[in-house]
Write a protein that binds this ligand. Structure first.
Ligand code: SF4
Ligand code: SF4
Length: 108
């Protein structure tokens, strides 16, 4: 695996402190077979209902470095497409934060 990197954005301290989208806010991340994550970190994936998913045992993504805080993705350079596309400060971010009891970000 790659060296630990910030879970969402290399410059976003707020993500290091939050990690909501990488933990309890969502159940799994679905990964396409040709996704770079599947190519480089396939051992972390499991088959579920005909899909490849990255599970969250105990509520934490299998790619999260432990202990969890700060929230660092061990596979950041090859993180799944849905992780790459996750917009910091967007609606999904606000939903994830709400699900773990955090207020939405207030970005400039
Ligand atoms: S939920 Fe938003 S603030 Fe929290 S880690 Fe994900 S992108 Fe960053
Ligand atoms: S693969 Fe990395 S960025 Fe994606 S949910 Fe897991 S820890 Fe977060």
């Amino acid at each position: 695996m790659d060296a630990p990197s910030p879970a969402v954005d290399a410059d976003a301290q707020v993500c290091l402190d939050c990690g909501a989208c990488c933990r309890q806010a969502f159940h799994v991340v679905e990964v396409e077979p040709d996704d770079p994550f599947a190519v480089h970190h396939g051992a972390l994936l499991v088959a579920e209902d005909g899909r490849l998913v990255l599970p969250r045992p105990g509520g934490f993504c299998a790619a999260l470095r432990q202990p969890a805080v700060p929230f660092l993705c061990r596979c950041y350079d090859h993180r799944p497409e849905s992780c790459r596309d996750f917009p910091v400060g967007g609606e999904s971010c606000a939903l994830a934060r709400k699900r773990v009891g955090l207020a939405p970000l207030s970005l400039p």
